[in-house]
Design a protein around this ligand. Structure first.
Ligand code: DX5
Ligand code: ZN
Length: 216
């Protein structure tokens, strides 16, 4: 499978979201990544439901929603109504992860589980056959534009091994500090999907940057 590129709206121009969404629509991006932060699970607040509803009206790419919130179960149904295609919940935020995953899938969304940089892939041993996607944070969640954590390369390879060992069909997505150089190494290590925020929206030509990430 060709790898997927998911530009993160977090680094877009919030006063001109429609323009940036249209740029993504007309690019080779596969998904639009939406970062939802509650100021509790992570030390920052991003945007919430009304923004997603408005963005969803114009976005023609599937929405890859990343919940950085405590008690994500409370909002699974609502994110489904808002049109999420992938719903990512953090391992660290879910006491009953199996139940959360089953609910996401029952609603017809792709179920993703996300790991913070300090969380070992081994915690996924039992759940990995049930999920559609595992997302590894390659920065501590909460902010765009941070430095890539190098350990993520080996961690991606270890996750790939676990997925194969457990006969899982899960794909591997990486979020944080992705650029041409880290992106290439992540793909070599087994990543299937790359999120890129500041590298895309901070570029002189975001459309071209997406195309080059897609061609890595
Ligand atoms: C960070 C978010 C990321 C962020 C990535 O908490 O989950 O999706 O937008 O930003 P960059 O690509 O700038 O590291
Ligand atoms: Zn994210």
């Amino acid at each position: 499978m060709a790898h997927l590129i998911a530009p993160s709206l977090l680094s877009a121009d919030f006063a001109n979201l429609r323009k940036d969404v249209e740029m993504v629509n007309n690019s080779e991006a596969d998904w639009l990544h939406l970062d939802i932060m509650d100021g509790v699970f992570v030390p920052n607040i991003s945007f919430g439901m009304p923004v997603i509803a408005s963005v969803g009206k114009y976005c023609t790419k599937p929405l890859d929603v990343h919940l950085m919130i405590v008690e994500p179960d409370k909002f699974i149904d609502e994110f489904h109504k808002l049109g999420a295609y992938v719903l990512n919940v953090h391992y660290e935020a879910c006491t009953h992860l199996h139940r959360s995953i089953q609910r996401i899938k029952a609603l017809g969304m792709k179920a993703g589980v996300t790991l913070n940089p300090h969380t070992p892939v081994s915690v996924l041993e039992e759940i990995v056959p049930d999920v559609d996607l595992v997302m590894l944070m390659s920065v501590n969640p909460g902010f765009g534009g941070q430095k890539f954590i190098e350990n993520t390369i080996d961690k991606t390879a270890r996750l790939k091994e676990l997925i194969l060992k457990r006969n899982s069909k899960a794909i591997i997505e990486i979020d944080g500090g992705v650029n041409y150089e880290t992106g290439k190494r992540l793909l070599e290590a087994g990543a299937d999907a790359l999120v890129a925020g500041s590298f895309v929206f901070g570029a002189e030509n975001p459309t071209d940057t997406i195309a080059r990430l897609k061609a890595l």
